[in-house]
Design a binder for this molecule. Structure first.
Ligand code: GRG
Length: 342
């Protein structure tokens, strides 16, 4: 399930549905282009099939949207949707969207590759052992464990290659190096991999800690497993736009808070959602005795925590010093992350 239109705090006119639809279309097309099977002799086509299967299987594209929105906000691109532009008679504005976003589309796609890779590995029998993802059988259910593992590995390296080859066409080497280093940090031991290890060590231990210790563990796990990549999106989009250090710190913090809010919503959906809208099996957290916000503080307190995080994230956006109307897409992404139903 995709979008609802949100009234952001700065503008009641911003049409998130249209904003997201135009950017998603660009991202889908670019992802497809980047995943064409090379025409080398003996190219293992099954590997590319498996890579495409997971990347091009839907998904909200939240991380790509966030990177694009941060780039747009920090570089001062107007965030009018196509319809707004047409109404204003400024057709060229929407027409040029692909040109305007060209410097950051490779980043948005690289992030989706890393995200898809993490989902493939997360679903493997040695991890969460899931049968469904995005409403379809998981990668290993279709291609087998060996190909699924290798498709994930290939996607991770493809992300780095695309970032260097494609983003490198419009970015300085210094900026690009910093972005690649930060992506490695977000994906590796300090980020997603470390978070996954904490997750494994906490699974089955839901009731063995006092509440305060358990909450600290939970936040440490989520800030790495989910938050690190989400925070990278926000930071890196702004970095490619040339944001200054003070702005970058605020963009990073915005992403960290958004990541935590996104995860609390995920925990809520695992309790309140159903397989049709979620596209994956709900109720797995409780079944595997996983430590979650809902298990720890309950539904009502989790919702209060979400409201507190939303305000904190909006405050971080203000610290960027960027004018309000340019922040509308980021505000809408924050609200979408919290109010989504899948
Ligand atoms: C990145 C090197 C590297 C290894 C990965 C398996 C692993 C190590 C980490 C697990 C990361 C993980 C699966 C975190 C969960 C994040 C999460 C809540 C995913 C769901 O994201 P959505 O809802 O999914 O944005 P869609 O399908 O919409 O894209």
């Amino acid at each position: 399930m995709y979008d609802t239109n949100f009234m952001t705090s700065t503008t009641t006119k911003f049409d998130f549905q249209k904003y997201a639809a135009t950017r998603r279309a660009l991202v889908e097309q670019t992802l497809t282009n980047y995943l064409a099977t090379p025409t080398n002799a003996f190219e293992p086509g099954i590997l590319w099939d498996a890579m495409r299967y997971s990347v091009l299987s839907g998904g909200k594209r939240l991380r790509a949207l966030l990177a694009l929105a941060a780039f747009e906000a920090a570089s001062g691109i107007e965030v009018d949707t196509c319809e707004n532009a047409n109404q204003l008679g400024i057709q060229s504005k929407s027409f040029q969207l692909d040109k305007q976003l060209e410097p950051t589309l490779p980043l948005a796609c690289a992030i989706e590759f890393v995200h898809a890779m993490s989902l493939i590995h997360d679903d493997l029998p040695c991890m969460d052992n899931d049968d469904f993802r995005r409403g379809k059988p998981t990668n290993h259910k279709v291609y087998g464990e060996a190909i699924a593992l290798l498709a994930g590995d290939a996607l991770l390296m493809h992300a780095v290659q695309i970032l260097i080859d494609e983003a490198g066409k419009s970015q300085t080497n210094d900026r690009l190096l910093k972005v690649v280093a930060e992506l490695s940090r977000a994906a590796g031991a300090p980020g997603m991999v470390g978070g996954q290890v904490i997750d494994i060590s906490l699974t089955g231990n839901a009731s063995t800690k006092d509440k305060q210790t358990a909450k600290a563990h939970l936040e440490a796990m989520h800030s790495r497993k989910t938050g690190a990549l989400i925070s990278f999106c926000s930071w890196a989009g702004a970095a490619l736009a040339g944001a200054d250090e003070k702005q970058l710190a605020a963009f990073r913090r915005f992403g960290e808070i958004l990541g935590l809010a996104f995860q609390i919503t995920d925990d809520l959906l695992d309790v309140t959602g159903d397989i049709t809208t979620l596209g994956k099996t709900p109720g797995k957290d409780a079944k595997s005795n996983k430590l979650t916000f809902i298990g720890l503080i309950g539904i009502d307190e989790s919702k209060q925590e979400l409201a507190r995080l939303e305000k904190a994230a909006l405050d971080e956006l203000q610290l960027t010093g960027i004018s309000d109307h340019r922040l509308a897409a980021l505000q809408a992404i924050l609200q979408y992350s919290i109010n989504r139903i899948s």
